[in-house]
Design a protein around this ligand. Structure first.
Ligand code: NAD
Length: 370
C-alpha cells in the first residue's frame, strides 16, 4: 500500500503524522511517501525520513496515496488532491458535522482518532490523551513565562519570596499534567472538577481539591459523567462551584482552565467578575478556547490584559512542543493502523472491532456519525 504523509498547512500547526521511527516500521511492508518539508517544524529533516525508508515527494503525490496520515482534517485544497476511496486517518473533529459531510462527499474512508473509546485496548492510540498531556505541560510553561514573579518559594538574603498559587479548573489528562508540572516548579495548587474520582487523583499529586458537594441525586448521577467524560452539571451546582472558585481565584496567581464537555461549548467557569477580583499581574491560560473558552474574556489566538490579568487564548498548545507532540501522535497513529491493515498488508474495515466502529466517521460517500 502507498501511505502518504503530507505537510500540515493549517496556520500554527507544527506537527506531523509520522516520524522516522514510525516510518521505519511501516516502510518494511509499504511504500511511504513523505511530502518534502513535512517534518521540518518538528525538527525532522527530509533526510531522516529517507534514511528510515520513505521517498520524499510533492504534496500531490503524498495526497494521491492509498492511505493518507494527517494531524488535522484536510482543507478544501487538500481534499481536492485526494481520490475517492482514499483512506484518511487523523484528528478529524468528529463533532464537526459540516466537515464530515465534506469528507464523505470527497468519497474518503475517514477515521477520526479522537473518537476512539476510552477503553484499555485503545490507550496506545489515544490522541486526545497524548496531546492533552503535552498541552497541560505547556500551559504551565506559558503561565510561568508570563507571570512576573517566581513559581517556587525562595528564601534569599534579600528576603523571602512566596510560592505561586495555581488554580486548575478541570482535571482530565491536561489538568493532571498541569498539576504535576506546576508542582515540580514549586507552586501551591488547588483544583476543581465535576467528576468524583478526580478528588483522589488531585490529592495524590499533592494538590488540594476544591470540594463542591453534590446535594441532590441528580447532581450525583450527572457528575459520574459518560464514557469517562463529564456531562453538563445542573445550574445550581455550577452556581455553588462559581462561588467557591471566585474565592479561590482571588488568592490565585495563575489559573489554568481545561474544562470540556465533548461536542458542546466549554462551560463558563471564570466570570468577568471573578477576573476583576483577581490580583494584578496574575495569569489565566484558557485551554478550552477552541471550544469557546472557560472564561468569557479570553480571545482566541491572543494574549490580552483585562482588569490587570493576563489572559492567554493559545488554541494549539501541543503544537508548541512539536517534536514530542509529533513523536507521540505518530506512535498513536501507528498503533491504530494495526487495526485497519491485515496480515496481507491490505486495508480492511473490521466493523466488529469497537475502536474501528467508533473512529470510522465516513465510508462509501456517507457520514457514519452524527
Ligand atoms: P476532557 O478534556 O473532556 O475534559 C477536561 C476535564 O474537564 C474533565 O476532567 C472534566 O470532568 C472537566 N470538567 C467538565 N466540566 C467541568 C466543570 N464544570 N468544572 C470543572 N471541571 C469540568 O477530559 P479528558 O482529559 O479527555 O479526560 C476525561 C477522563 O478520561 C479522565 O479521567 C481521564 O483520566 C480519563 N481517560 C481514560 C482513558 C482510558 O481509560 N483509556 C484514556 C484517557 C483518559
Amino acid at each position: 500500500m502507498r501511505i502518504g504523509i503530507p505537510a500540515e498547512t493549517r496556520p500554527g500547526e507544527t506537527r506531523v503524522a509520522a516520524t522516522p521511527e514510525t516510518v521505519k516500521k511501516l516502510a518494511a511492508r509499504h511504500q511511504l511517501l513523505v511530502q518534502a518539508g513535512a517534518g521540518v517544524r518538528a525538527s525532522i529533516p527530509d533526510a531522516a525520513y529517507e534514511a528510515a525508508g520513505a521517498s520524499i515527494v510533492d504534496a500531490a503525490t503524498a495526497f494521491g496515496a492509498d492511505m493518507v496520515l494527517k494531524v488535522r482534517s484536510p482543507d478544501s485544497a487538500e481534499r481536492a488532491q485526494m481520490r475517492p476511496g482514499t483512506v484518511l486517518v487523523g484528528m478529524l473533529n468528529p463533532f464537526d458535522a459540516d466537515n464530515l459531510a465534506l469528507l464523505a462527499a470527497a468519497g474518503l474512508s475517514a477515521f477520526a482518532l479522537e473518537a476512539a473509546p476510552r477503553i484499555t485496548r485503545a490507550q496506545s492510540m489515544d490522541v486526545l490523551s497524548s496531546q492533552a498531556n503535552i498541552a497541560g505541560y505547556k500551559a504551565v510553561m506559558l503561565a510561568a513565562n508570563t507571570y512576573g514573579r517566581f513559581m517556587p518559594m525562595l528564601m534569599t538574603a534579600a528576603g523571602t519570596v512566596k510560592a505561586a498559587r495555581v488554580l486548575i479548573m478541570g482535571v482530565g489528562v491536561a489538568g493532571l499534567q498541569a498539576i504535576a508540572t506546576a508542582k515540580r516548579l514549586g507552586a501551591v495548587i488547588e483544583a476543581s472538577d465535576v467528576r468524583p474520582p478526580v478528588k483522589e487523583q488531585v490529592e495524590s499529586l499533592g494538590a488540594k481539591f476544591i470540594d463542591v458537594p453534590y446535594v441532590t441525586d441528580e447532581e450525583r448521577e450527572i457528575a459520574k459523567g459518560a464514557g469517562g467524560y463529564a456531562r453538563p452539571m445542573p445550574a445550581d451546582w455550577m452556581r455553588r462551584q462559581a462561588e467557591l472558585v471566585h474565592e479561590r481565584a482571588r488568592q490565585a496567581d495563575i489559573i489554568i482552565t481545561t474544562a470540556l464537555i465533548p461536542g458542546r461549548k466549554a462551560p463558563l467557569l471564570i466570570s468577568e467578575e471573578t477576573v476583576r477580583a483577581m490580583k494584578p499581574g496574575s495569569v489565566i491560560v484558557d485551554m478550552a478556547i477552541e471550544q469557546g473558552g472557560n472564561c468569557p474574556l479570553t480571545e482566541l489566538d491572543r494574549t490580552v490584559v483585562k482588569h490587570g490579568v493576563h489572559i492567554i487564548g493559545e488554541p494549539n498548545l501541543a503544537a508548541m512542543v512539536p517534536a514530542d507532540a509529533s513523536a507521540l501522535y505518530a506512535r498513536n497513529v501507528l498503533d491504530f493502523l494495526k487495526l485497519v491493515i491485515d496480515k496481507e498488508d491490505k486495508f480492511v474495515i473490521d466493523r466488529e472491532d469497537e475502536i474501528v466502529r467508533a473512529t470510522l466517521v465516513c465510508a462509501d460517500g456517507a457520514v457514519l456519525r452524527t
